[in-house]
Write a protein of this length. Structure first.
Length: 312
């Protein structure tokens, strides 16, 4: 069966660790592995604004020996001009894998069901698993381990990054603390899934609305924009509710000594994160952004390798 990365828990704990190991190897030796030599093409579809996703996948696919084929989502009219199923069947006969940054998780699932090649979630409204592989790689680089590390997510925890941190952090055996106003806490179903995973990996999941309590003792503190794509009209209302959850220097000072600060970008200094934090010595944001390339190369290599094993 063709393997995909659609949600963070599509990888088992052992598989997640293997992907992270592979990403670390690619970071040291970026040109040693070329599973896409030929070059084989990888379709990249972007229905949402993109910077890091497009450049990191494009560079990474080229470093793997492949050709990053940009498919203009609006011209293709996926789901409008042609059904997702038909687009999947067409692309699956042309490319080695499909990378799709889009809105609805259900559309991504449909693409995976009909493409016949690996499909990678480059962001949906529900999950952002490629970002989490990069985040975990960054945490491991700076702290040395993942299992047992306390990580606090503060801000709008009901976003795709909140859901992905729950699932991926639990898979890594981390102690994940999600902190947000009551109306911005994560989806209860995702919390339950993550709690079940954590029970098997030695991690834990905690949710709450006290940012000082959440950050106290955390080795890593994470935030994200308060206004996700498509919710721009809610910006003022969200800012008023979420202001006490900004990642300020004062809040970061309550974390463990040497704690690191993460943000997946784009960031709005003075809103969800202080300039003194994102541009300060505890910020690992730029490592995080670079690590998207290494992480996504590892995901593609892993998925393509899994497919080869199935065919063998």
């Amino acid at each position: 069966m063709t393997r995909h990365l659609l949600r963070d828990n599509d990888l088992s704990p052992a598989e997640q660790a293997a992907v992270l190991d592979l990403a670390a190897e690619f970071k040291v030796s970026p040109y040693d592995a070329r599973p896409l030599a030929g070059p084989q093409s990888v379709a990249m579809i972007f229905d949402k604004p993109t910077l890091r996703t497009q450049v990191s996948f494009s560079a990474g696919i080229a470093e793997l020996g492949g050709f990053p084929m940009l498919v203009e989502g609006r011209l293709a009219g996926i789901g409008v001009r042609e059904s997702v199923e038909d687009v999947a069947r067409v692309l699956g006969r042309q490319v080695a894998a499909i990378v799709w940054r889009t809105f609805h998780q259900a559309d991504l699932d449909t693409m995976a069901a009909h493409a016949g090649v690996p499909v990678v979630n480059a962001l949906t409204d529900e999950f952002h698993p490629c970002q989490l592989i990069a985040d975990l790689l960054t945490v491991r680089e700076h702290l040395g381990v993942l299992a047992g590390v306390r990580v606090a997510f503060v801000g709008d925890a009901a976003c795709n990054m909140g859901s992905s941190w729950l699932l991926a952090g639990a898979t890594a055996g981390m102690h994940v603390v999600m902190c947000a106003p009551p109306d911005h806490l994560p989806c209860p179903e995702i919390v339950t899934q993550a709690t079940d995973i954590a029970a098997r990996t030695g991690g834990s999941i905690t949710t709450g609305s006290d940012p000082v309590a959440a950050v106290r003792g955390a080795a890593a503190v994470v935030t994200d924009t308060w206004v996700s794509m498509g919710k721009e009209e809610e910006a003022a209302a969200r800012a008023a509710v979420l202001a006490p959850y900004a990642l300020t220097a004062e809040l970061l000072a309550t974390a463990a000594p040497g704690a690191i600060a993460l943000h997946c970008l784009p960031a709005y200094r003075g809103t969800e994160i202080d300039a003194t934090v994102i541009d300060g010595p505890q910020s690992v944001v730029w490592d995080e952004a670079e690590n998207r390339r290494h992480a996504q190369k590892a995901v593609l290599a892993f998925l393509l390798g899994a497919g080869e094993e199935e065919r063998a």
